[in-house]
Ligand binder design. Structure first.
Ligand code: HEC
Length: 452
């Protein structure tokens, strides 16, 4: 016994010495992640939506030859959580989203270890089959709804020179509807494949005279310089398929409505003329969905940022009916630093919903809550939006920390509001939803407890 223990200790000590003498790197290399086996599946799932031919990112990352030259840059960007663009604070608030494109800690670790090991290719046989990306010239929901959208609204055409500073097209187009119509699905996209190279982001805001929004605007202390009219209709973000309303839920389009575009164009090294198309599927005439979804602008007003300071502002929005908050999208300009959304319940309890701690003006991310965590909030809940602006040199996007900054439309002025989708429901349906949620949560907790 004693002898065996002794020899075991010796061999362990020997092994440690051998490792220290250089076998460590060989052993590490043997278990280092390889491109084909470990890294390619991550790039396919989290990067290719943007990093492939004819998409908006500067380089394609669909195979080893393409990815290898970028290895160092990939490590730097993923380790700093700058890529993929996803700016939710992972430490507070709701963490389950329908459109989460962030990397897990394990995935970041795999990429970092792969680069540190010299970015080996690995066995070509391990390479997963290429992703079949949907044909960009076909509407995503055409199959589901049996044809192209019922209404296609086109933005005015815009020519982006080969080399130019970023440009924002903010013109508008009438919807043309002559009677109220309920919308069940929306899709927005650059009209041409080439257009995808220059359209960094596109938003279509609905402008219509609408009682529900006028009421909301009246209880919102908003002087952020934005017309607090009806909400954003749809945004185009790379990798997003469009938006289908939940069952029996719709957005309402009224006669006289128009779409105000906000299209961010970036140069692509060649002159490209493009426009953006908004495709809308309606509920059949006479079929009115039970629930209305409204995209509200929840603003913080009174922006007044002295030079070389960090400034916080707050805005409040009162829920006049019970409902479910579906999404959160902070909007600020170059000095935007962070934005938080909390719910103050009529019981006095405050709940943290979401915090974007690492705001980046280049990315207008909408964070869509997963179905079973989207906050159900009773009538009278106050949504509190807190925004922080950093007008110091520490903010790398800051064009001039010595300027006094106020509200305005130019990117050198500031804004601070969130676009928040709310589905309103009658009191009894709301109660039923809350009960359903409680039952579902009880079930998972029960399961977790039994597993432990
Ligand atoms: C939503 C679209 C999108 C996704 C998803 C995305 N990227 Fe990017 N990426 C971009 C765009 C656009 C740029 C160029 C602008 C910039 O640098 O922010 C970029 C830039 C980069 C750069 C810097 C290139 C340079 O010029 O130095 C790297 C590296 C990178 N991405 C890696 C990744 C990796 C790795 C993933 C996945 C884990 C990923 N990206 C996911 C859009 C995306």
């Amino acid at each position: 016994m004693a002898a065996r223990g002794f020899s075991a200790r010796i061999s362990m000590a020997l092994a440690a010495m051998v490792m220290g003498a250089g076998a460590a790197s060989a052993a590490d290399a043997a278990k280092a992640p390889t491109f084909t086996k470990d890294v390619a599946p991550i790039l396919q799932a989290k990067c290719e939506a943007c990093h492939r031919a004819d998409s908006m990112a500067p380089m394609s990352l669909t195979n080893y030859q393409e990815a290898r030259p970028w290895a160092k840059s990939i490590k730097a960007r993923v380790a700093a959580r700058q890529m993929p663009p996803w700016h939710i604070d992972k430490n507070v608030g709701i963490q389950e989203f329908k459109n989460d494109r962030s990397l897990s800690d394990d995935q970041i670790d795999t990429i970092v270890r792969w680069v540190d090991a010299g970015a080996p290719m690995g066995d070509p046989k391990d390479m997963p089959p290429p992703i079949q990306w949907p044909d960009a010239s076909v509407w995503n929901f055409a199959k589901l709804f049996g044809g192209p959208p019922d209404l296609i609204v086109k933005s005015p055409s815009f020519t982006m020179p080969a080399h130019a500073q970023d440009a924002w097209d903010k013109r508008s187009t009438p919807s043309g509807v002559t009677e109220p119509r309920w919308v069940r699905a929306i899709e927005i996209r650059p009209a041409t494949i080439k257009g995808r190279k220059v359209v960094h982001h596109a938003l279509a805001r609905l402008s219509q005279d609408d009682p529900i929004d006028n009421a909301a605007a009246a209880n919102n202390d908003d002087d952020s310089g934005v017309n607090a009219g009806p909400g954003l209709f749809m945004e185009w973000a790379v990798g997003k398929q469009g938006e289908i309303m939940r069952p029996d839920t719709g957005k309402l389009l009224l006669p006289g409505s128009e779409f105000v575009w906000d299209i961010h164009y970036s140069q692509a090294g060649e002159e490209i003329t493009n426009n953006v198309e908004l495709g809308i599927y309606f509920y059949p005439k006479g079929q009115e969905p039970k629930y209305r979804q409204v995209l509200h602008l929840m603003g913080t007003g009174g922006i007044d940022i002295p030079p070389n300071t960090i400034k916080g502002t707050q805005g409040f929005f009162v829920m006049k009916q019970p409902g479910r908050v579906e999404s959160f999208q902070p909007h600020m300009h170059l000095r935007g630093k962070a934005m938080m959304m909390e719910a103050i319940l009529p019981t006095g309890r405050t709940e943290m919903l979401s915090h974007v701690d690492n705001f980046n003006f280049n990315w207008h991310n909408s964070y869509y809550y997963a179905d079973d965590v989207a906050p159900l909030l009773p009538k009278g809940t106050v949504l509190r939006i807190t925004a922080w602006h950093d007008n110091t040199v520490a903010n790398k996007s800051n064009p001039d920390p010595n300027q006094w900054v106020g509200s305005g439309d130019r990117t050198v002025d500031e804004m601070a509001h969130a676009w928040v989708n709310v589905t309103y429901m009658p009191e009894e349906d709301f109660k039923a939803e809350v009960e359903k949620r409680k039952a579902a949560t009880a079930k998972t907790t029960d399961l977790q407890q039994r597993q432990h």
